[in-house]
Design a protein around this ligand. Sequence first.
Ligand SMILES: NC(=O)c1ccc[n+]([C@@H]2O[C@H](COP(=O)([O-])OP(=O)(O)OC[C@H]3O[C@@H](n4cnc5c(N)ncnc54)[C@H](OP(=O)(O)O)[C@@H]3O)[C@@H](O)[C@H]2O)c1
Length: 260
Amino acid sequence: MPTNNATTRSILITGATGGIGAELAKRYARPGRTLILWGRNAERLTEVAALCCARGAAVITRQVDLTDGKAALDALFEDDTRAPLDVLILGAGLSDIKAASATTEDPNKVLQLALVNYTLPVTLATAAAQRMITRGHGKIAFIGSVAGFYELPFAASYSSSKSGLACFAEAARLDWGRHNIKVTLIVPGFVDTPMSRRLKGARPFLVSAGSAARQIIHAVATSQAEYVFPWQFRVLRVVERLLPQFIRKKILLSLKADQE
Ligand SMILES: NC(=O)c1ccc[n+]([C@@H]2O[C@H](COP(=O)([O-])OP(=O)(O)OC[C@H]3O[C@@H](n4cnc5c(N)ncnc54)[C@H](OP(=O)(O)O)[C@@H]3O)[C@@H](O)[C@H]2O)c1
């Protein structure tokens, strides 16, 4: 059975309580579809679930902390048994920026970030792919970031978690594609959500969470390998690849960022 918008019956979204995840949930909600919404914030989960139910979807919510890897893996298998997944969207994420006064990032935050942004997405994707392969179809989308294109000195853990995710997504796409599992890497620039609102300073080429969700749904529906948005970051990527390494390093070292 192909996995397109019309035949997608069951979708699991991690980070469904977040700016992008909640918009995705609302836009995916429709009669005949089961949405499995994961997040930590119970109140927000209930709020998003109510909106999705009002649009006719069946909704299962689950409070999951992705820093507890084993519990999350068990939950994935349990939810897939209840409502075999057609689509898995791995949207949960954490960002962090080294404080201007610090020599390094906080190791405890680095641990959390690595679990939520890299370890759990690749673990859950692997678990879902195993089940999807036996059923003969499925789609998995990772939400990366344009930060993964750059070795950001002030956000080493964030940028490397996203570049690791990109590498995994490509390898998995090649491997699982042989079993009709479509893998999409979503690569957003700045999206207007609580995550980017914590940043101090400019958010160039900012897009709304609604616009991001619309583009993500289209990229997944059309099984794109990698979808970078907004388009300005696609142009920057080409320009940046033409730069000599020493100039690239100078630019990276000169970048400044801070957060609330
Ligand atoms: N906003 C941007 O500018 C931007 C740009 C590029 C990429 N992205 C990526 O897009 C994705 C969604 O980000 P967003 O902008 O929607 O951010 P957001 O509004 O801050 O939402 C983050 C989501 O991740 C969940 N999460 C965080 N830590 C978790 C944990 N330990 N266990 C379970 N869930 C956890 C949050 O759940 P709770 O709130 O329930 O804790 C929330 O649902 C992330 O992967 C992010 O890296 C965002």
